[in-house]
Ligand binder design. Sequence first.
Ligand SMILES: [Zn+2]
Length: 236
Amino acid sequence: MISGTYLASPSPPPSHPLNDTSAAQAASLSRNRRSVGEPGKYWPQNSTIKITIYDCPMDDPYVQAVKNAASQWQAHINLNFEFVSGEDGDVRITQNLPGDNSGGSEVGIDAKNTSLPYPTMSLPMDHTAASFELVVLHEFGHMLGAHHEHQHPDANIPWNQASLDARFTPQQQQVNFLPLPRNDTYDFSPYDGDSVMHYSIDPAWVTDNTWRSRNATLSADDIDWAKKAYPKPPVS
Ligand SMILES: [Zn+2]
């Protein structure tokens, strides 16, 4: 998923996740970019975000795997992630069907517009998969208010329009691939091809036949974005 919104039904993946899903399923996809934030969708500073994982006991190794990845973001921000049982978290995670290694998430406080009990984030079911941590990092980036880095207006990715048209609806393209408008809704740092918010991009999707790969860890610019979006108080 990407910057988008979940669909109204719990069974179909959210539209935001949907997009990320498609990309991930084309195993050749990659993500890259420096974080593009949407400050209007950031959570209140220093707040606690309650996170629920549906149908998953808090002592399940799955919860720990999600926590481990999420903690990489939390180390740099002033928000507190509180994993809670039950079904009424601010962020509600559902696991995809087996074999679906994609993810999806509402962007920032858009999660508040998703009514209970619909999920606001979807993650792969297999927390032992090599790509699991990356998907969690990417979706938590959206949850914190980041958009796709490859949609940065300076990304200049030479999309092969016919190739995109063959795979994605115009809405999916808009939400997950095409450049964001250059306006003050967004906080654009310089384009960062190493961001976890960047897709891996299959050469078949672009006109220059070049792979753009996806970083598996938070880039230096991802961390800078997180610190800027949710600045921690100075240590005294
Ligand atoms: Zn995404």
